[in-house]
Write a protein that binds this ligand. Structure first.
Ligand SMILES: Nc1nc2c(ncn2[C@@H]2O[C@H](COP(=O)(O)OP(=O)(O)OP(=O)(O)O)[C@@H](O)[C@H]2O)c(=O)[nH]1
Ligand SMILES: [Mg+2]
Length: 301
């Protein structure tokens, strides 16, 4: 049997379900998911096998109109993911249809999609009546020559198998890119930081999740088989520090517990997680923060 392998970029508006689909395809949580927009900040690769094909899914940050430097780096990372991929899958939310944001992505695809295979995945079909789907599929296919259209529910797993089989067939003949048992290629310290950021995002309200970043500062393997992990949560203002800590430290305690439990499950061993909150008014303008996130920091951005 010939091996097939390649990269499949998942693009779409924030919240379209790209990370949920990545995890569903991989069969493990490699990318964090929240109900809030702009959760994913960098490209996250997750590996799935389908027969003799190795499909490397590239989860990307949502595409939106960037305002801050971080936004621009995220959007650049997302389009870069599509530009580097063998196949791109545009994800559109069934219940939201062709929004202004989707319009802009379609415009961008005219550039980047040239000579490339682009498929459409209408996601969250569990949220609409089936009649809506045909109209939406037609509207989108009139706008862009998608190679194929899939109706899926990433969360419930509907339509996922068909999409995976199609992708496997469409990928080029190529030796596998990763060892068969590898599911992700983000360094563990980054996966660990993402887990903490997910728990913070789920717990904190309004704008705060967009104004913080989490970094793993230290990772120590202990003799008893456990790991000690020290992380820093950077926030921009004193007031934010107070909110992250919460009344009598309740918020940070709960976040730490939830993140630690998930890490222990992921690693299959005990974890001692220590979180520290630091005020860093200018972290959004610091190159080092971007490299820690796996993003490109461009001067004058
Ligand atoms: N009802 C329903 N909800 C879904 C489905 N897929 C994803 N979601 C939910 O949609 C929300 C966003 O999912 P994500 O996977 O984080 O979306 P994303 O596209 O990665 O978002 P960003 O990283 O912000 O760009 C989460 O609350 C998911 O649980 C689906 O098929 N049906
Ligand atoms: Mg995401």
């Amino acid at each position: 049997m010939t091996q097939r392998a390649g990269f499949v970029a998942l693009i779409g508006e924030p919240n379209a379900g790209k990370s949920t689909l990545t995890n569903a395809m991989v069969g493990a949580k490699v990318s964090i998911v929240t109900h809030k927009v702009q959760t994913t900040r960098t490209r996250i690769r997750g590996v799935a096998m389908e027969g003799e094909a190795q499909i490397v899914f590239v989860d990307t940050p949502g595409l939106f109109q960037p305002r801050r430097r971080l936004d621009r780096a995220m959007v650049a990372a997302a389009w870069g993911g599509a530009a580097d991929a063998d196949i791109t899958v545009l994800m559109v939310e069934a219940h939201r249809g062709v929004t202004d944001g989707v319009e802009r992505i379609l415009e961008g695809l005219e550039e980047i999609g040239k000579g490339r295979k682009v498929a459409l995945a209408i996601n969250k079909i569990d949220r609409v009546k089936s009649e809506v789907l045909l109209g939406l599929s037609k509207e989108l296919n009139d706008r862009y020559p998608f190679a194929e259209t899939f109706m899926i529910s990433a969360e419930r797993g509907h339509g996922i198998a068909d999409l995976r089989k199609w992708l496997a067939r469409e990928l080029p003949e190529h030796p596998w890119l990763y060892p068969e048992d590898q599911i992700a290629d983000l360094p563990m310290r980054m996966i660990a930081a993402e887990m903490t950021r997910e728990k913070l995002t789920l717990r904190l309200h309004q704008e705060l999740p967009y104004q913080l970043t989490v970094e793993t500062e230290n990772w120590e393997e202990r003799k008893d088989g456990s790991a000690r992990i020290d992380q820093v949560i950077y926030v921009m203002r004193d007031g934010h520090k107070g909110i992250v800590l919460g009344h009598k430290g309740e918020t940070i305690k709960a976040v730490s517990k939830a993140a630690r439990e998930e890490l222990e499950e992921f690693l299959g061993r005990r974890v001692h997680l220590f979180l520290q909150v630091k005020v860093r008014p200018n972290w959004l303008e610091e190159a080092e923060r971007y490299s820690e996130m796996g993003l490109e920091f461009k001067d004058g951005n």
